[in-house]
Design a protein around this ligand. Structure first.
Ligand code: OGA
Ligand code: NI
Length: 346
């Protein structure tokens, strides 16, 4: 037998300190990958009991009735919206009027971005939560010990529109974002901040060990989510994790932390997380709608002073910008950033 034949590392062995990984996509595409590095594994309790959403349980809002229904239909929908934000913190919007073709082209544009060469994506790296274009991996690798099976691209699209220069197809996000979504009109967010967030969750050989995004709640007022044909989102409802599945032609909308603060806790910003799978690469796009960066959000005074007597404020006021920095400077560790502004009951 020939001596000293260099034996290749088995494909599932990684150095304990992997060289700096700038995208999970590169790792996921390594030939022969059958297991994931220890730095990407989470304890199984994150994957605790999950129930699938019973058919029709997540509230469904028919947007066409909201804009062109009879006054009776409109007030019924507004009522349903309020109920959805209180009970679920999530709802599905159907008949939203945004052409499916446009949504598909935006998803394709995002795929095009993630498919760029690593060096090209690095041009858009960004370092700070307030950088208008920022691409990266996991959530915040500078504070994390274990990494998420996720790459992302975050772009500020309103009130000033930014877009990466590559790939060309990504410019379409302007049509989905700035000034075009129904929430602008509903909430008069003329100067509001909209952040376009594309998430890539590559196929994973050990999906039961990895996590795409850990439990977290979203900053801002409302977030709209669309995804390619692959599901993975779970939301917390009455203490259980509920699979959302995929719903073509609808937006999944959730109440953000700032609507919970503004409503003094009436509307819920619920925990949700993204799971990964071994069957295909998932792309989701979240369009976050927040107040302007300099607004101080606190419980609405009108809600606190009522005829029934004063209701104590349950949250401290904070500038939206400062809240973003606070969330970014901490780990997304399964808790809501809201805990940091909640005034604990005495
Ligand atoms: C987010 C988010 C979930 C998903 O981007 O805040 O929760 O399913 N995404 O990608
Ligand atoms: Ni989220």
């Amino acid at each position: 037998m020939a001596a000293e034949t260099a034996s290749p590392l088995p494909s599932n062995t990684f150095p304990s300190q992997p060289t700096k990984i700038t995208s999970i996509k590169t790792l996921a595409e390594s030939p022969g990958l059958t297991s994931i590095p220890a730095t990407y594994t989470f304890t199984p309790d994150l994957h605790g009991q999950v129930t699938s959403a019973p058919e029709g349980s997540i509230p469904v809002i028919d947007y066409s009735l909201l804009i062109s229904g009879t006054p009776g239909q409109r007030s019924e929908i507004v009522h349903e919206l309020g109920r959805a934000c209180q009970d679920w913190g999530f709802f599905m919007v159907i008949n939203h009027g945004v052409p499916q073709k446009l949504l598909s082209s935006i998803l394709d544009g995002c795929k095009g971005f993630f498919d760029l060469e690593e060096e090209e994506k690095q041009e858009f790296k960004g370092n700070h939560v307030l950088d208008p274009i920022r691409s990266g991996t996991s959530f915040n690798v500078s504070v994390e010990k274990a990494f998420y099976w996720r790459d992302f691209l975050k772009v500020f699209v309103h009130p000033v529109f930014y877009s990466p220069t590559k790939p060309a197809g990504l410019r379409n996000i302007r049509k989905f974002g700035a000034g075009r979504s129904y929430i602008d009109k509903a909430l008069d967010l003329e100067r509001g901040k909209q952040i376009f967030i594309a998430n890539l969750y590559p196929t994973c050989p050990q999906p039961e060990l990895a996590m795409g995004m850990p439990p977290h709640s979203d900053h801002g007022l409302l977030t709209l989510l669309i995804q390619n044909g692959i599901g993975g989102l779970q939301i917390q409802h009455k203490g259980k994790w509920v699979n959302v599945g995929t719903h073509s032609n609808s937006f999944l909308v959730n109440t953000g932390d700032h609507l919970e603060i503004l409503s003094n806790g009436r509307y819920k910003s619920v925990l949700h997380r993204a799971m990964v799978n071994s069957k295909g690469t998932r792309i989701s796009i979240a369009m976050a709608h927040g107040p302007s960066l300099d607004s101080v959000v606190s419980p609405a005074p009108e809600l606190l002073a009522s005829s029934k007597g004063d209701e104590p404020a349950a949250y401290i006021g904070m500038k939206y910008k400062d809240y973003l920095e606070l969330q970014q400077s901490n780990k997304l560790d399964g808790k809501s950033c809201l805990d940091r502004v909640r005034i604990s009951a005495v």
